[in-house]
Design a protein around this ligand. Sequence first.
Ligand code: ADP
Ligand code: ZN
Length: 755
Amino acid sequence: MYARVIIDIAHANVDRLFTYEIPEGIAVQPGHRVLVPFGAGNRKTEGFVLAISSETDVEQLALKPILRTMEPYPALTEEQIALSYWIAEAYHCLLVDALRLLIPAQMRGGRVKEKTVRTVRLRPGVDLAAAKAALLTKTGVSRAPKQTEVLDLVAQAGTYMSTADLCAFVPGASGAVAALLKKGILEEEGQETFRSPFRTAVETPGKALPFTPQQQAAFDGIMQSVEQGGGTCLLYGVTGSGKTEVYLQAVARVMQEGGKAIVLVPEISLTPQAMERFRSRFGARVAVLHSRLSPGERYDEWRRIRLGKVDVVIGARSAVFAPLTGLKLIVVDEEHEPSYHSELAPRYSALEVAAKRAKLNQAVLVLGSATPSVASYRRGLKGIYRLLTLPERINGQPMPQVEIVDLRNEFRAGNNSIFSAPLHAALGQCLSAGEQAILFMNRRGYSTFVSCRGCGYVVKCPDCDVSMTYHKLEGVMKCHYCGRTARIPKVCPECGKPYLKGFGVGTQQVEEQLAAQFPGVSAVRMDLDTTRTKNAHEALLGRFTRGEAQVLIGTQMIAKGLDIPNVTLVGVIAADAMLYIPDYRSGERTFQLLTQVAGRAGRADKPGRVIVQTYTPEHPVIGFAARHDYPGFYQYEIAMRRAALFPPFALFLRVVLTGHDEAALAEDAARCAERLRQSIEDALVQAGGTAQELLLLDAAPAPVKRREGLYRYQVLARLARTKHTAAAVRAAYAYHDAHWKAGMGDVEINPGSMV
Ligand code: ADP
Ligand code: ZN
């Protein structure tokens, strides 16, 4: 028998199948990871077996044997092998890079191991009473009290008990255990354990809530798709409309019928609170995958899934690759979230991968959101997705009332504080009523930039083309791109006058002014600076959820998933901050963020109030968000995109080039643009289209022109979406492969970030 093997080396020259002989006595299946001799020196190298055959046209003498399997079971399922071929094709990456997505990184090179613990039990057939009696002296006292205690404990347990547990009850029990083992009263076994990411066992199993009629209709829609053997459902439901309850019961139903499910949520909303909801419903049959797991925990969760001990996987983006077999349902919550697109190559979209896996398994994909992406909602309206709607909050709770405050009026009225008069009054009321508030400010630090009032000079990072942010608590300016820090110069480097001052508000300043205007109030600040350590996120949120802090100040990391009954006020300090980012999605992102943040208010029986401060109250996006009018926003946005020919009516294609020599880089980029234009236009014409389908192709400095000391230029193309687009994209990839040189990035299609 012969195995077709992909060597685990990421290089285009070896990214193909090599044939190896399977020696007698080694059981190898497709999906096994194996160790093979590779290259001239026959270096022992890891690889993936993708196929087995009984014949080969490779000469017998040239054949090398597989040395051994890395795991006793195939690491990849048959479906994952098919998926990896699709990923390599769809994202134009090496097959081995696709395969690497499918297993925990630490597994390669054997960097994580199974953990075994030493366990003991009473040897079957041993008479406990007799064994204990033998330990007694004539007067009836134990000669070895520890051994007696251990015996009692083990007998009570009735099964294997770890020596670690025994030592917790009987200090220094190991000597006693050794003695009892020697006497043959106990017997031991090394037992494999799974490191659990959970600290506590499930306490109270959660029960399914009786559905509202709308939830029932949505659930029925999903189940109809399940019965039909596939398809995509878009569950558009306002915040607090009970989407999660629908997911939970859909998963439960699928499980009853023997199927398995994956639930994807944005990393940031994988709060202990959210995970608990799933665990309490499904208990030990749930695995969780997120970035805070240790490598050992991640490996063990992955193994539990692969070995079939799990029916439901809940996790962030990469959990879409979870090795479940018998997959029947994939849920993607908050489907509009940009974090579902990987920023690292392979630049996959978890939504697209989920759709592919659903197809391979005849499973159903459910996309859920209070603010669906414009592209998804369009498919819903066109009937490509089954559109399911939850238009109201649970129990007819009203949507929170949103007030827009015009900051220009505040300034005219002489209010220089970052809290407008209405927000100040509302905060005062909320705090004195003993309720809680959330203040949203989507920028960290104290002030967003430092500038000279004399000449207008703005301090920039010497390595990056961005202004430095002032961090008052640390007493430094920081570059948010490269992390470089510097002190504020005493005088302006440009004009020499001592007029340097911070401008623009960040979270630290909100915290400071809150403390100044509401003395004694307790606040927690959550941003990248306060959540760097492993459990900081959890600890800070815990303080707020338990009511130990009255105000939560934070960036977008607090916008999602929080469900705290006592929060009655949400203040958005500056809604414009995100509206003017140079990206065609800035309107969509602003609407999404405002809606998510507003949705944190009034989730229980107390009504919620939201105050949005802005310098442009007339902007339609802010108006739609304030009225909770997603359909209205969608109509506005899609009309804009159609008129401007932006996605989903077009597709961006970008190559970033970096280098130290700006002039050479500019020249390179111009040449690259010209050749790329040729390739794309030729491909369009050959495919039966016209060169006019290429709407734009331009070489220019990237919006952030310098980063970590490197200049950045981009070649940006925009293509009308037609049936010839795929041919144009293939041509771009081919051009890139043929002309790749140092400093040239990947071809990015609709890059997640355009800066
Ligand atoms: P969403 O995911 O749409 O934001 P959730 O599923 O979190 O909404 O539901 C919001 C709140 O309503 C939660 O506290 C949840 O427990 C509760 N809830 C959901 N469905 C029901 C129901 N059918 N009956 C009673 N309460 C419900
Ligand atoms: Zn920098």
